[in-house]
Design a protein around this ligand. Sequence first.
Ligand SMILES: N[C@@H](CCC(=O)N[C@@H](CS)C(=O)NCC(=O)O)C(=O)O
Length: 298
Amino acid sequence: MDLKRETATDGRFVRQANRFTDLIEEGGPHPPEPGRYQIYASYACPWAQRALIVRELLGLQDVIGVTIVDPIRDERGWRVPGGDPVTGAEFLSELYLATDPGYQGRYTVPCVWDRTAERLVTNDYPQITLTLETAFAPWHAEGAPDLYPAALREEIDALNDTVFHGLNNGVYKAGFATSQEAYDEAVTGVFATLGLLEERLSDGRPYLHGEALTESDVRTYTTLARFDAVYHAHFKCGIRRLVDHPALWAYARRLYAIPAFRDTTDFDHIKRHYYVTQTNINPTGIVPQGPDIDWTAP
Ligand SMILES: N[C@@H](CCC(=O)N[C@@H](CS)C(=O)NCC(=O)O)C(=O)O
């Protein structure tokens, strides 16, 4: 994994911008339609798992397809084992290059392919879940949760921003830092954010915004699910573990008990992907055993 382009001169990790940011929206070139869009995702990837969770929570499985890539990536990027039934692609790069032959960034999941236009619409991960929640509302299953209720959007956006910088991307900033200062700053931010969330949940509320499950819970969960298994050691986020935060750990297990969260959490893909693929920070590619954690404990 070559991160030169995403490393600042002071050793900080600076994530690349999302190249494809078209919207799926009524009246635009990519209108919402059942059967038209395919999501490419890895169970290993926290950004992609968000989309998998939301798709299942909203009951959109028959409306939007999913192709899961192999957790191990080599220099050719993500691979579709056996080839993609929708496009025939063997590598995700084929979809990026079919859409933009001059594309030079990383070929990332999640991304969404338009089967009618035969091009990528978006790899803009924060927008993908919001699109499923809003543009696809006419196809939500009966009784599906409203993950992005109009009355709470400002609060949700604000918390998502804190969680992104301090936690979702914070662990990457710690893991990919190439200077002590950059690492120290990032890891301090990660644990400050965990502390903040721990405190927020300590009043006994089941979810971050109260009684109702929202987009903020989805975004927080995918980092928590990887925390002790990967980020604690591999990304050097070692000050404390998730299980050392009683309210957060109970909250993470509460989410794991929901099928959409549990079904899309694959600890084997997660561990093999990070430890085998990110040889810049784990040159031997050895996948550690453990930790022995019971996510199903009551
Ligand atoms: N699209 C975003 C976030 C998605 C992302 O980073 N996905 C990772 C997996 S967690 C990926 O696909 N990486 C491919 C690569 O590094 O070649 C980005 O470009 O930073």
